[in-house]
Design a protein around this ligand. Structure first.
Ligand code: HEM
Length: 333
């Protein structure tokens, strides 16, 4: 059900983008109006969500603990899985963000006959990492279209990414990895019944959309050449808020318009989707706080004064009755 709906959304966007690629007046709209709408929605949407999350109160330390907490001096603390200092927390955050450390622990449960068996499953970690890193590198490599002169890190990344020098144009390793990663994440949701049952359109759609972006990009690079000089001129004009001439728009191939429209859709969809985990991972209190609960008493700052009845007062009040009933008391007075 979720898969079908996502396919329909994806097909509608693909159809509109394709029509825009061939109909001049729609092409102007899709290449000069939609990108600005997308940028504004993306920037405002992401900032609004981050501010909303940033304002949620976090009065207590609720860190995820996967190892020995700092305790008595002769008990060895697990400084990364249960950090008590900001340095340990930084290390844990970096390993989480750059290498998906918690996903590395992923296990899989399945019935073998009538026995429930748990096994190690590193594939999800591997393909997720491959996809995310490839996406980042591809995005950074695209700066050759966005800036003039081309920054030196772009050339560096291009050289590393095309290291094997296979094919002409040289096949980028990230092009293979991003497609492999996305396909794994997508097919896993379809063929693993446990994952399928919890999957929603909002799980399938972003995968389809990013797969669409990668596929059209790959088609453009290896199979249907597009006018890259025109693309660069167009992108630089859009990003520097200059007008784009009709001639220039004519030079943009329909495949590029589809690629570009998918990217705009991604920008618009981003702030309202699960893709916001890009910002959320930094703000997650279960990860970004040191676990110093035993070293420091954390008091809820907006606790109001509550009239309390301490045990001492209680005993003073009921001592005679307690003694009479044979209940032990702390003070004999
Ligand atoms: C979410 C952002 C984007 C992603 C993930 C993405 C992905 C890709 C991929 C995987 C390729 C295949 C070749 C390569 O890896 O370089 C590609 C090619 C291409 N992309 Fe993108 N793209 C994005 C944004 C854009 C934008 C904003 C533009 C231009 C405004 C653009 C223009 C192009 C062009 C012209 C090519 C063909 C490159 C060539 O022939 O060498 N892309 N894209």
């Amino acid at each position: 059900m979720g898969l079908g709906i996502s396919f329909i959304y994806f097909a509608i966007i693909l159809f509109l983008a394709w029509i825009a690629g061939v109909l001049p007046f729609l092409k102007v709209f899709f290449t000069t109006v939609i990108p600005y709408v997308a940028l504004v929605v993306f920037i405002v949407g992401v900032i609004a969500r981050i501010i909303r999350w940033g304002r949620s109160p976090v009065p207590f330390r609720i860190t995820t603990t996967c190892g020995q907490e700092k305790s008595l001096p002769w008990i060895r603390q697990n400084k990364l899985d249960n950090p008590s200092s900001w340095l340990g927390t930084l290390g844990r955050m970096l390993l989480e963000i750059l290498f998906f450390r918690s996903l590395f622990r992923n296990t899989q449960a399945e019935f073998r006959g009538d026995r429930l068996v748990y096994s190690v499953d590193k594939w999800l970690w591997f393909f997720s990492l491959a996809f995310h890193w490839s996406f980042l590198i591809i995005f950074l490599r695209h700066f050759r279209f966005f800036t003039e002169p081309i920054p030196s890190f772009v050339t560096f990344l291009q050289n590393i990414d095309g290291f094997f020098q296979v094919g002409l144009p040289i096949i980028y390793i990230t092009n293979i990895l991003i497609v492999a990663g996305l396909l794994y994440l997508f097919l896993r949701r379809i063929f693993d019944s446990k994952v399928r049952i919890v999957s929603l359109p909002s799980d399938y759609f972003p995968l389809l959309l990013i797969l669409g972006i990668a596929a059209t990009g790959i088609l453009m690079r290896y199979f249907f050449k597009t006018d890259l000089v025109a693309v660069k001129e167009f992108t630089v004009a859009i990003l520097s808020f200059q007008s784009v001439s009709g001639d220039l728009i004519n030079k943009l191939s329909p495949l590029f318009v589809i690629h570009f429209t998918f990217v705009c859709t991604l920008l618009i969809y981003f702030p309202m989707s699960k893709l916001m985990h890009l910002g959320g991972v930094f703000l997650s209190p279960t990860r970004n706080l040191a676990n110093n609960n035993r070293m420091k008493r954390h008091i809820n700052p907006w606790n109001y004064d509550v009239p309390v009845h301490t045990y001492e007062e209680y005993e003073d009040e009921f001592r005679d009755k307690m003694k009479a009933a044979g209940i032990p008391v702390e003070k004999e007075v």
